[in-house]
Design a binder for this molecule. Structure first.
Ligand SMILES: [Zn+2]
Length: 241
């Protein structure tokens, strides 16, 4: 049998669920993560900001709003990446976040698989938030996200990158859409997207035949964690949607 094309594999290190009890330690280096994909999203060691992977570079948007490029030695507790190879690209104009997301589900037959969304273009408005760095002993996700700096920018060029996950995978990921942004200048605005209005952009969509779920096996806190699944879905939605 032919080896599966790497472009049809979505690689994820850690799960969204492991963030819920506060397992924020970095458990995979950025260098290793980038061997599994050149685009993606996630968070950084100590929950220190939002991860945006674009064109093989890993950027960290921190709580001040500043953007740093991560080095190969830094690490992540949770990240999802893939090799960019869209199956379809369309131009969309003058739509907000909910309208773009609905459009993609209505026009492509991918509601039961994971797919990547990448939008490059001009946004009339971008609204993001960024998680704040935490220290050991780490608080829960709900505690850590009680206060989150939010950012707004009008008329900004940049890249939206993220994923759609079927509802079945709530906990592995965030079900529905989870998207991050970084402006073209890599400094004006980035982070986890709350809302936007797209002026005009190229929208690329890439479905995955395989989800490769990698666990932080060498991390004792993860192995010993007694996960409480009551209320987990609610905690994820409160923090991530
Ligand atoms: Zn996010």
């Amino acid at each position: 049998m032919a080896e599966q094309k790497k472009q049809s594999v979505l690689f994820q290190h850690g799960t969204l669920s492991l963030l819920v009890p506060g397992l924020f330690a970095g458990t995979m280096t950025v260098g290793e993560l980038l061997q599994h994909g050149n685009y993606g999203i996630g968070t950084v060691q100590d929950f220190n900001g939002e991860l945006v992977v674009l064109d093989g570079h890993a950027y960290q948007v921190v709580e001040s709003g500043a953007v740093n490029e991560l080095s190969a030695e830094q690490s992540v507790p949770f990240a999802t990446v893939h090799f960019d190879d869209p199956v379809a690209q369309i131009e969309l104009t003058n739509l907000n976040k909910a309208e773009v997301e609905r459009y993609l589900l209505e026009h492509y037959p991918f509601r039961n698989v994971f797919f990547a969304v990448k939008i490059t273009g001009e946004f009339a408005h971008m609204h993001t938030r960024v998680v704040e760095e935490q220290q050991k002993p780490y608080p829960t996700l709900t505690e850590a996200t009680k206060t989150q700096p939010k950012f707004n920018q009008d008329n900004i060029h940049g890249t939206l990158i993220g994923y759609y996950a079927p509802e079945l995978f709530q906990g592995v990921a965030v079900s529905g859409y989870h998207v991050h942004f970084l402006s073209d200048d890599r400094k004006t605005i980035g982070g986890h997207i709350l809302d936007y209005r797209l002026t005009k952009g190229q929208v690329a969509i890439q479905p995955f035949a395989t989800l490769e779920q990698h666990f932080p096996l060498s991390n004792a806190d993860f192995r010993n964690q007694n996960f409480n699944y009551d209320g987990m879905s609610q905690s994820i939605n409160q923090a991530e949607k």
